[in-house]
Design a protein. Sequence first.
Length: 44
Amino acid sequence: MVAARRHVPVDEPGFDDIEYCVCFEPILQVLADHLSRTKGREVW
């Protein structure tokens, strides 16, 4: 626990970063398309 408290969190991009959003948008679209095609079916 002491080591975890001393660990500095990584600075990750957020959705307020336009470049990050532009890169992430196609991934979300593919995921949304997949989920809409599999809606109502067991996929696991």
